[in-house]
Design a protein around this ligand. Structure first.
Ligand SMILES: Cc1cc2nc3c(=O)[nH]c(=O)nc-3n(C[C@H](O)[C@H](O)[C@H](O)COP(=O)(O)O)c2cc1C
Length: 361
């Protein structure tokens, strides 16, 4: 760790040295045997790039939009809980780094900073989206939505792959109260005082969520709804039928059902399933390189999101560290475009990809 980080993985060791073992495993780990956690980044090796030469790539435009909101490159930050474990400014530092990088952030409902303080800390044109778990107590969900609307959040990103918490072996082994001072300001009702134990119980309650709740959500808000956690074409078609504006192909970073495929392996069939609708498809899980971003776009994602790497940047140097991680991804992505013969995102097409069977690897 002596030299400056030069790639995204170089940031990870800083998290390990700067937090307790319990917190390190909380961020690092996945469910059960962590098959899916390992599969996410590894699967990119199956997709090889077929570059085109002799195209003028001296100027490249990496910019794009999601749900009409501009991004300087097609990478945003996925919702991860409890940034206060890692940095005293928590999600405010993360959001500032995201904003400086021209990226977008999905603020976790289980953030430790208030959604209003986070919104006040970014450039006005930074797209902030608000993450929701549809908690059993719907009044808490509705209160959080009203606050997100008032603070200018652009969309709701609803976690749908967590009817119950996955079996996170590492957390159970390190079952300590990681930080008793942590609070969840988006879970309490305005003016309400609740104990930390009650807040935790609310966060961990099984959700009893069905497709009808997505219709309920669409009735009570005009914000676009993105469904996070879809892994099959069947659910993608249901998402279209239930009026989703976006799908985030995700396996929760390997933290929910272990043994599900790497997200990049199911992306193309989901893109196919929603073809002809206006639904935008995004992906998260295992994105560590600019070439990973390019591969996901070639297979049909409109943008991708990172979870853990943003936390590594936060541990490395707060706001600046998050900006650095995103900046490296942007540079690598821009270089990958040049080397593939692409000068804008519309040049990134499926014919840039050769898919290798697992048996040939
Ligand atoms: C510590 C941690 C907390 C997370 N919290 C949430 C959450 O509250 N809701 C959710 O939908 N996803 C959550 N996720 C999953 C991320 O949104 C994202 O899907 C995943 O981290 C992407 O994979 P990556 O870490 O390999 O980039 C969490 C992930 C981590 C590592």
């Amino acid at each position: 760790m002596a030299s400056e980080p030069v790639c995204v993985e170089d940031f990870e060791p800083y998290l390990k040295t700067r937090v307790s073992d319990a917190i390190w495993h909380y961020y690092r780990g996945g469910a059960d045997d962590e098959q899916t956690l390992r599969a996410n980044p590894l699967a990119y090796q199956r997709y090889r790039l077929l570059p085109r030469c002799l195209r003028d790539v001296s100027k490249r435009d990496t910019s794009t939009s999601i749900l009409g909101q501009r991004l300087s490159f097609p990478v945003g930050v996925s919702p991860t809980a409890c940034h206060a474990f890692v940095h005293r400014d928590g999600e405010i530092a993360t959001a500032k780094g995201v904003s400086n990088a021209g990226s977008a952030m999905v603020l976790s409902m289980f953030s430790n900073k208030s959604l209003e303080d986070v919104a006040a800390s970014v450039h006005p044109d930074t797209p902030l989206l608000f993450h929701l778990n549809i908690l059993r107590d719907r009044s808490r969900v509705e209160a959080a939505i009203r606050r997100a609307e008032a603070a200018g959040y652009k969309a709701l990103v609803v976690t749908i792959d967590q009817p119950m918490l996955g079996n996170r072996t590492y957390i159970r082994r390190n079952n300590k109260d990681m930080d008793p001072t942590i609070t969840f300001p988006q879970v309490v009702l305005p003016g309400e005082e609740i104990t930390r134990e009650k807040a935790r119980a609310i966060v961990n309650e099984p959700q009893a969520l069905t497709w009808k709740d997505i219709l309920w959500l669409r009735r009570i808000t005009s914000l676009p709804v993105v469904l996070k956690g879809i892994l099959t074409a069947e659910d993608a078609r249901e998402a279209v039928r239930h009026g989703a504006a976006g799908i985030l192909v995700s396996n929760h970073g390997g933290r929910q059902l272990d043994g599900v495929p790497a997200t990049i392996d199911v992306l193309a069939e989901i893109v196919d399933a929603v073809r002809g609708s206006n639904v935008e498809v995004y992906l998260d899980g295992g994105i560590r390189k600019g070439t990973d971003v390019l591969k996901a776009l070639a297979l049909g994602a409109r943008a991708v999101f990172i979870g853990r790497p943003a936390i590594w940047g936060l541990a490395y140097d707060g706001e600046k560290g998050v900006e650095q991680v995103l900046g490296i991804l942007k540079e690598e992505f821009s270089l990958a475009m040049a080397l593939c013969g692409c000068s804008s995102l519309s040049d990134i097409t499926p014919d840039l990809i050769a898919t290798m069977p697992y048996s040939k690897m």
